[in-house]
Design a protein around this ligand. Structure first.
Ligand code: OGA
Ligand code: FE
Length: 269
């Protein structure tokens, strides 16, 4: 007889933003930030039983088995190769004509980690139209950038464990349950590991009882979560909010989280 998979739903605290508040976050100097938090207990469901049915157009995110042979993400050549692999993955998942990537971030909660590289506790959507257009103009020749911005494009993050996740896992909120009126502006000053970077504009999420949160218990390095944050098609499901959270069942000696995320913009033809 086939064994039943163990379904692992958890109750945890989610850090929402206070409804109506604009937040300013300084990842490199967190004490300067203004991010008024509104904590709520939420159910975070094990996504594995429904992983096969997920779609960007329905849920805003997908979970894929996508092994990589890159292991040293701190090596710049290996990191560039990984970013390229991630672009190829997003092209396959979306059917996009062209995909660019930016802002890879390695995060850990191991002792000694700096502000930029800590897990991000707080329900947010990075980024919106303005920052997507800024990166498009940074990364593409001027004519191509303007042409691509006229057509459908999407911002998609790809998040992967570097070692199996045993603490501070990532939760994602089914984007079909996130309404535009629950999102409030967020300005990230000096983000993505660069203190001098121009502000990055996105959103923080305010609480609504209808949100459906998911996580991937014991997520493995050969698995990747791809989640859509912005879609130039305003009618499409977008705004996949996400946050690190503390799983109350985490043993005190659990291994630290180590993850990498790469941001991509997928341009459809
Ligand atoms: C992201 C993100 C938070 C984390 O990938 O965009 O916000 O804790 N990650 O990994
Ligand atoms: Fe994020």
């Amino acid at each position: 007889m086939a064994s039943q998979p163990i379904v692992c739903d958890v109750q945890a605290t989610m850090k929402y933003v206070v409804r109506g508040e604009k937040a300013t976050f300084h990842p490199g100097a967190r004490e300067k930030s203004y991010w008024p938090v509104d904590e709520h207990q939420v159910t975070i469901r094990d996504v594995r039983p429904i992983a096969g049915q997920l779609a960007f157009d329905r849920n805003g995110f997908v979970l894929v088995d996508e092994p990589t042979d890159v292991t040293d993400f701190t090596d710049s050549g290996e990191l560039a190769r990984y970013c390229h692999e991630t672009e190829t993955l997003v092209r396959r998942l979306t059917g996009a004509d062209k995909v660019v990537s930016f802002g890879p971030m390695i995060r850990t909660n191991a002792g000694g980690a700096h502000g930029h590289n800590l897990p991000a506790h707080g329900a947010h959507v990075d980024y919106g139209a303005r920052t997507v257009a800024d990166f498009t103009r940074d990364l593409l020749p001027p004519d191509e950038a303007e042409r691509r911005l006229q057509r459908r494009h999407m911002l998609i993050n790809v998040w992967r464990p570097i070692v199996r996740v045993e603490s501070a896992p990532l939760a994602v909120c089914d984007a079909s349950t996130v309404k535009r009126e629950d999102l409030f502006d967020s300005e990230v000053v000096g983000g993505l590991g660069d203190f001098n970077r121009r502000s990055l504009w996105g959103f923080n999420l305010a609480h609504h009882a209808g949100h459906r949160w998911y996580w991937v218990p014991h997520m493995q390095p050969w698995e990747a979560l791809a989640f859509k944050l912005f879609d130039s098609d305003a009618g499409a499901v977008q705004f996949t909010a996400h946050s690190a959270f503390e799983d109350p069942n985490t043993p005190p000696d659990a291994a630290p989280r180590q993850s990498i995320e790469v941001r991509t913009i997928a341009y459809l033809s």
